[in-house]
Design a protein. Structure first.
Length: 276
């Protein structure tokens, strides 16, 4: 009987399944390389072995998918979505963040170190199981469903508002969720699009029409659409775009905190390969 199951898409949008602390499935990477993994982990090319080794490293290093999960961490990247959220929380630019992470599923978080600890070193979490150490650290009352670790970002946003938070950021993985969120909550919600690799052009337009912040991942269409929009760009490898006025505020706040400016073309782009 399987007691815990976690599914992630990582390192070139590769599907990885972990059951009861063991990696039981590794799919085929859709990308050959990502410059961030080359820079931080020395991984120059993705294949099933490098993906398996990296997930095992994360499990050993900070307890990914296990009861040994470290929940609080300092910033990992100069600017990623979790770093932008952490900075926004520290400066009071948002009241709370609705995130999805292994061990808790959807949760409402107000502590920048927990946002970074849960989200800074993970990839997209597709499915997860409850991990008691994570749920206790986050707070049972802050988790959407501590019994199942359900992932439902719209329900998480509803929970945040019901708790009295007013300016709430939420991460979404697709255009439909972005559109539903904007239609349901208007501009009180700060919508951040993540895991955008493989986005269609139509969905890219929808994301830019509805999101405040968008990460490019390995998406060709997100990069293409960004060039026709008035955005602030952070980074030349896996850019993050401040799209709305609120999004530009949050990206600028993070850049100011680390003493950097927006990317304006120099150094040249160094994207993942291939863009999808």
């Amino acid at each position: 009987m399987i007691m815990s199951r976690h599914v992630t898409e990582c390192l070139g949008k590769t599907k990885v399944v972990v059951e009861d602390g063991k990696i039981v499935e590794v799919g085929e990477p859709q990308l050959k390389r990502c410059p961030l993994f080359g820079k931080h982990r020395g991984i120059e090319e993705f294949d099933t072995e490098s993906v398996r080794n990296n997930i095992q490293f994360r499990m050993n290093d900070f307890g990914l998918f296990t009861e040994d999960r470290k929940v609080r961490m300092p910033d990992f990247l100069s600017f990623g979505i979790s770093e932008i959220l952490g900075t926004a929380l520290r400066h009071g630019a948002i009241d709370a963040a609705v995130i999805a992470a292994d061990g808790c599923g959807t949760a409402v978080v107000t502590d920048p170190e927990i946002v970074q600890g849960l989200c800074g070193r993970i990839s997209a979490i597709i499915e997860t199981s409850p991990i008691e150490t994570v749920i206790e650290a986050v707070g049972r009352d802050m988790v959407l469903d501590p019994e199942t670790a359900e992932i439902d970002m719209l329900a998480g946003l509803e929970k945040a508002y019901s708790m009295g938070f007013r300016s709430v950021a939420v991460t979404v993985c697709g255009a439909d969720d972005a559109l539903k969120t904007r239609d349901s909550y208007g501009y009180s919600a700060v919508i951040m699009a993540v895991h955008t690799t493989g986005t269609s052009y139509r969905d890219a337009v929808t994301l830019f029409d509805n999101c405040d912040v968008i990460t490019a991942c390995a998406s060709a269409t997100i990069r293409q659409e960004a060039k026709s929009r008035n955005v602030i760009t952070a980074g030349n490898k896996v850019p993050i775009y401040g799209v709305s006025e609120k999004g530009k505020e949050l990206v600028s706040l993070r850049l100011k905190e680390i003493g950097r400016g927006p990317w304006t073309g120099n150094p040249p782009e160094d994207p993942p390969y291939p863009l999808i």
